[in-house]
Design a protein around this ligand. Sequence first.
Ligand code: ZN
Length: 129
Amino acid sequence: MSPEERATLGQILRDRRALLIEAGDVPFEQTRAGATQAGVDDDQQPHIEMSQALASNRNRVRGQELQLIDEALLRLKTDPEMFGHCEVCEEPIAAQRLLAMPHARMCVRCQSKVEDPVRRARRKITDYV
Ligand SMILES: [Zn+2]
């Protein structure tokens, strides 16, 4: 990867980071009349709980992305030669993948190997919510 390509990816990471921070936490839906108090409509309660779970999930995902971006910026600074290489097989990660996801640590092949069990776990959480 050329220094110019690294600079471009670093810029994408910093822009994305600024955007995520600017977006702020997704506010939990505050109920009309207060959800936590007694007397909430029984029909409304599941909806409120679902909205809060979704907001909390979005905040968590955003926090995780911010952390991945910070880690990527650190790698870019401390180990620029290895940036953009897969951490598992050490092959260069496809440029298209890096442009879409500059914080990617693995190539598509290695990522799909580790991600399948994660996806299954997430599906369970979604079912639960
Ligand atoms: Zn790989």
